[in-house]
Design a protein around this ligand. Structure first.
Ligand code: UD1
Length: 362
């Protein structure tokens, strides 16, 4: 059974690492890895392949950045001949980035079985590019692997046949569990001169948060207050750095005395940094899940989440984008201890379940 696995952007690498590892243990599966090249900068890309022991991709489409239409179309144009050449039994895509949808669409149109890992998540916010990618990828996939119960409900409501859907748990947590011990040896706290449980970690990259100057300024106002109380470590995504520059805000944030700006970090350093943080403030999807397992309070700078189990069972609180609400959320997170439970099947074995289903189904 030949499967083309697709990766394109940083969160995909974390997910594919555990899937490929599980496939490698099964002689019936031949894996071909295709990298679309959506993320290409060393810190967003190569570092993850090395640390997570992901094999060098068999094919790199080298699409790079562009508008959504350009990027999606270019991936499709370049991926189609790869599928024709390798003639796979299935194409497996993960997550919700442009690479996910583009490659699923190519596979489905060529009549190749399409597998979507992390299916069914919905923010119900169609202004979010990922939401469009999720809805469309699920609509054309043949096998859908779901990470949390909300995914089952969403797919059922959208009329996807129950026989296509498999609740297997969370492959991102497989990778976390596998690397936790190694990450604990990271020297990142010393490198950044911070002490365990005495700092906050911030990440921001959603277009809805960083592309509009007023919104970005409001979030920055909140961070300016928070850094008066606690040291803030902020690894800056390239998109966000560009927006700080174009909005004329870079100087302001660089001048805040208690914020440490860094380049995006590698997986192990970032895992260590999150594990030891007092609080994590983010707009990432994956980080909401990882902090739930690490038991670290997470404030999500969004009005919604496609990962509701992180709120109902985990450490996640949605605080929106309003300065005052972010600050209230921050203070509440310090003063209240939340009891959290490990979401069902987030046990480090999701990829093994995926492989078992694939062996039975294909
Ligand atoms: C993409 C995904 C998002 C995911 C995020 C993780 C889509 C629609 N969005 O967003 O779901 O959470 O990745 O990081 O697929 N850039 C670089 N180097 C890179 C990649 C990007 O400098 O390696 C810069 C470019 O200027 C680019 C911008 O970042 O225009 C945005 O990159 P893009 O891939 O379009 O989206 P992300 O914001 O990274």
């Amino acid at each position: 059974m030949r499967i083309i696995h697709v990766v394109g952007a940083r969160p995909n690498f974390v997910k594919i690492a555990s899937i490929l590892r599980a496939c490698q243990n099964v002689p019936e599966i031949e894996s071909v890895l295709v990298h679309t090249g959506q993320h290409y900068t060393e810190c967003m890309n190569k570092a993850f392949f090395e640390e997570l022991a992901i094999p060098v991709p068999d094919v790199n489409l080298e699409v790079g950045s562009g508008s959504h239409a350009q990027q999606t179309a270019e991936i499709m144009k370049r991926f189609e001949p790869v599928v024709l050449k390798h003639n796979p039994d299935a194409v497996l895509v993960v997550g919700d980035v442009n690479s996910t949808l583009a490659c699923a669409l190519v596979a489905a149109k060529l009549g190749v079985k399409t597998i979507h890992v992390e299916a069914g998540l919905r923010s119900f916010d169609r202004t979010m590019p990922e939401e469009i990618n999720r809805v469309l990828t699920d609509a054309i996939s043949d096998i859908l692997f779901v990470s949390e119960p909300s995914g089952l409900e969403n797919l059922k409501r959208e009329g996807i046949a129950a026989t296509k859907i498999h609740f297997v748990g969370n492959v991102m947590i497989d990778t976390l569990e596998l690397h936790r011990a190694k990450a604990s040896n990271s020297r990142i706290l010393d490198d950044l001169n911070v002490r365990a449980k005495e700092y906050a970690v911030v990440t921001l990259h959603r277009p809805s948060n960083v592309d509009q100057q007023e919104v970005l300024t409001g979030i920055l106002d909140a961070l300016a207050e928070i850094q008066k109380e606690i040291k803030v470590v902020f690894p800056v995504h390239p998109r966000t750095r560009e927006r700080f520059v174009s909005a004329g805000l870079l100087q302001r944030i660089e001048n805040l005395p208690n914020i440490v700006l860094t380049e995006p970090l590698g997986y192990l350093d970032f895992l260590k940094l999150m594990s030891e943080a007092k609080v994590v403030i983010t707009d990432s999807g994956g980080i909401q899940e990882e902090t739930t397992i690490l038991g670290v309070p997470c404030l999500t700078i969004r009005e919604n989440t496609e990962r509701p189990v992180t709120v109902t069972e985990g450490t996640n609180i949605l605080v929106g984008i309003d300065t005052a609400r972010i600050l209230t959320g921050y203070r509440d997170s310090l003063s209240t201890t939340r009891v959290c439970t490990r979401p069902k099947l987030w046990d480090g074995k999701a990829s093994q379940r995926i492989v078992q289903v694939l062996l039975d189904a294909l």
